[in-house]
Design a protein around this ligand. Sequence first.
Ligand SMILES: [Zn+2]
Length: 249
Amino acid sequence: MGREEKEQIIILKTYPVGENHRGVKLLTPGNGVLSALVYGGNGKNSSKKGAVIPFCYGWGELVHDRARGRYQLKEFAVESSFSPIREELRKTYIASLWAEMLMGSYGGGHHGPELFLLFLEGLHYLAEGEGETEDFRIMIRFLWDYLALSGERPDPSRCSRCGRPTGDGLFRDQRGHIFCSSCAHSGMGRLPLGIVPYLNRADDTNWEEFLKIGMALQTMDQLKRWLFAVIQDHMGYRLKTLKSGSFLL
Ligand SMILES: [Zn+2]
């Protein structure tokens, strides 16, 4: 017999299991990323078919079958479906990137509740985001907060080699490591100094205020690419979303 638990859930990914069932990866505040099965979830008449889809948030009834070591998602009551995220390709890719990071890294641990809240907030703003610039600001905010939660956030104001301030020149290598102008060598990319104060604002503003802060498109583009490099270095492999969603780059 399994034990039933009512939990907040965000659906990360679904996949068919056999002919009729649906497998699902989901994020919970208490248990991080879990795999669960929706019995009959892929059947023609399944009531859950339209609800158990990526990026829906709601309350789920999870049954833990300890003997078989798996979960069953019995009920799912949607609170927010964030439909614009599935309707606009750019938003879909951004949310897929976040989900891939969560599934590929720790996803649980003791950062569970904070991580859940960050993902939920990110989805909320992404669903409402108006236009490409705002969507990318939302993505940057999520990535920067995520790096802090995972303890992997680099400090762009200091050289990773000599520790000196990068105030007169900020460089990065392929892996996203930061160098000052004395330690930098050819082949490294130069980052605009403006990214340092911009990112600092993320720690002392809420999302709404942060999303209003303007930044030159080119600067945002370089910041984006640097964050992708940092995240992939942290994960240890190239993220699928970044390979397929080339327009994110
Ligand atoms: Zn240095």
